[in-house]
Design a protein around this ligand. Structure first.
Ligand code: SOE
Length: 376
């Protein structure tokens, strides 16, 4: 009661400050690549970057310097006690997300926590329960590409027709060789799933967001192609996962997730097959949405042009409308802060969505381990 009472006062202060358009006060835990992405998005939202906590005092000081954050703190507790902190971004390795996000919530602050939200369903459930009335979001940022919203609207308004099939892939190559390594490879830091928890979660979130349908059953295969990496001689986490799926709405589909796909830097691609049209989003060309409709009978093409022009068209965003990864991230953080200010942005991924992704990941891992279909 006391904490809730205290928080109610706190949130009134925050809303008041936001309405007086005083900058939201931001803390960041973690000093790696994602801390940089989060700090850029916070700055784009005209927030005040008050403090950062690194994996060591030296790393924290370096991050404060590199990211233009006012002060480095020695611990999360010290950061949480700093005056003016309204929201904390948790950007540390996966196994730290639950204890750190719980501490942020217990201190009455709002939280933006990197995905995967947690490395177990139990921890993710605990975080959802603890989030109470505070804003607690997870960066499934691909929802924020304008043409992903267009795709979602086309399905929701019936233009695409009943969703019959879905296919998707998320391909990267940053772990292609044995010399490549990262904390995500290590079960104790990243959790028992690596590739699927890290990027398969984005893929399923995007498919469910666009179709409004839910993945209900999965069968899966996973592979660890490189078992001996620079700092991890016995790798247990997966490099790639293939999934067959069925949705609650009766659709079927396939997914491929790999962090060993040469030449693919961050290639997220979905194709929704509706009864009226196909809708294709490709993160490597985020300014276009390909729409395909049947035109005439199947011809034996003398050349590929015969089938293309009347059967497909591209929807493109207005020229100059930014489309990159950081732009999507900025939109996600701006909506998270708007929610702190009392708004209710459409499609903002919250801890409940993070829990959903952990459930899907767990089911995919169980299906791959057992060789059996798993319900979700
Ligand atoms: C690494 O795979 C990574 O940074 C992911 O952790 C992010 O969530 C994804 O958006 C880009 O790639």
């Amino acid at each position: 009661r006391g904490r809730q009472k205290a928080f109610d006062t706190r949130s009134a202060d925050i809303v008041d400050r936001v309405l007086r358009s005083e900058p939201i006060g931001v803390g960041i835990v973690g000093g790696g690549f994602m801390a940089t992405v989060h700090s850029r998005a916070a700055r784009a939202a005209r927030a005040r970057l008050i403090g950062v906590v690194g994996s060591s005092p030296a790393r924290g000081a370096a991050a404060a310097e590199e990211l233009g954050i006012e002060q480095a703190y020695g611990s999360l507790d010290e950061l949480l006690a700093a005056p003016g902190i309204d929201v904390v971004h948790v950007t540390t390795p996966n196994a730290l997300h639950a204890p750190q996000a719980l501490a942020v919530l217990a201190a009455g602050k709002h939280v933006v926590c990197e995905k995967p939200l947690a490395t177990s369903i139990a921890d993710a459930e605990r975080l959802v329960q603890a989030s109470g009335s505070q804003v607690a979001t997870v960066p499934f940022v691909y929802r924020f590409h304008p043409l992903v919203r267009e795709a979602r609207a086309r399905v929701a308004t019936g233009e695409t027709g009943r969703v019959l099939t879905v296919q998707g892939s998320y391909l990267q190559d940053w772990l292609l060789s044995a010399g490549d390594d990262n904390w995500r490879v290590d079960v104790s830091a990243g959790g028992r799933s690596r590739a699927f928890a890290d990027i398969g979660s984005h893929l399923v979130d995007l498919i469910e967001f666009v179709t409004g349908d839910r993945v209900a059953r999965v069968a899966a295969s996973k592979r660890t192609f490189i078992a001996d990496r620079a700092e991890h001689p016995r790798v247990e986490t997966e490099d790639a996962v293939s999934v067959a799926l069925e949705t609650a709405g009766g659709a079927i589909g396939t997914l491929l997730v790999s962090q060993l796909a040469p030449g693919r830097k961050n290639r997220l691609h979905i194709e929704v097959g509706g009864a009226q049209e196909s809708v294709v989003f490709d993160q490597e060309q985020p300014e276009t949405l390909w729409l395909g409709r049947r035109a005439g009978s199947l011809l034996v093409p003398r050349d590929s042009d015969q089938l293309a022009p009347e059967a497909a068209r591209l929807v493109t965003t207005p020229a100059g409308h930014p489309q990159g990864y950081q732009d999507a991230f900025n939109a996600f953080v701006a909506d998270s802060y708007a929610a702190i200010g009392g708004a209710a942005p459409d499609g903002l991924p919250r801890f409940e969505d993070g829990l959903r992704a952990v459930r899907v990941t767990e089911a995919v891992m169980e299906a791959a381990d057992s060789g059996e279909w798993r319900e979700i």
